[in-house]
Design a binder for this molecule. Sequence first.
Ligand SMILES: C[S@@+](CC[C@H](N)C(=O)[O-])C[C@H]1O[C@@H](n2cnc3c(N)ncnc32)[C@H](O)[C@@H]1O
Length: 198
Amino acid sequence: MGNFKVKDHYFDKAKRENYLARSIYKLEEIDQRYKVLKPGMQVVDLGYYPGSWIQYTSKVIGDEGRVIGIDIQEVNTKLSGVKNVRIYQKDIFDISDLAQLEVSQAFDCVLSDMAPSTTGVQSLDQIRSLNLVESVFALLPKFLLPGGNFVIKVFDSQNAQNYLKEQKNLFNEFHYLKPKSTRSVSKEFFVIGKNFKA
Ligand SMILES: C[S@@+](CC[C@H](N)C(=O)[O-])C[C@H]1O[C@@H](n2cnc3c(N)ncnc32)[C@H](O)[C@@H]1O
């Protein structure tokens, strides 16, 4: 019962505030707590669709900043026309060179709310999810500038915990957060890395 209430509250709020998804409130809470986004930043949002994180990021980074969204889903035309936003329909693992995103250097911040398609078999879903997380960490040297910030969604498991422990030295600060708007039954949480050491 409680979970449905949570869903309704944030779903309605997102609708009222013209956000494309309720996930906006996860990034908002992460950013208010850990200040991952700043005006002027160049940001990449991996798995952006439908685009509420893009909407939030676009506002925070302002006219001097830019956010690039990548998703395997068709480009969301509701986002076209926003000045500091560019979106691509691509699998992020097909990007071998940042020139494919028409940028000349890595980003100040990498966001990933990506999730694998789930099977309902918990052990299999956990493995897929961890594989995805590991693949995104492997992209960081290419995508993230030294000193940059990182946010990634993770599905909890013992293996995920073990893996993350080994990664925390990549950043000066490493935090875990389960945002209030996450359904309480959900096993997802977010990892926030600040100040990438490269
Ligand atoms: C939970 S949704 C993102 C919601 C988004 N943060 C928002 O606020 O609107 C996750 C997205 O990740 C995308 N995705 C998963 N694997 C991907 C991949 N390899 N490359 C690009 N996008 C991917 C999915 O297509 C899906 O749209």
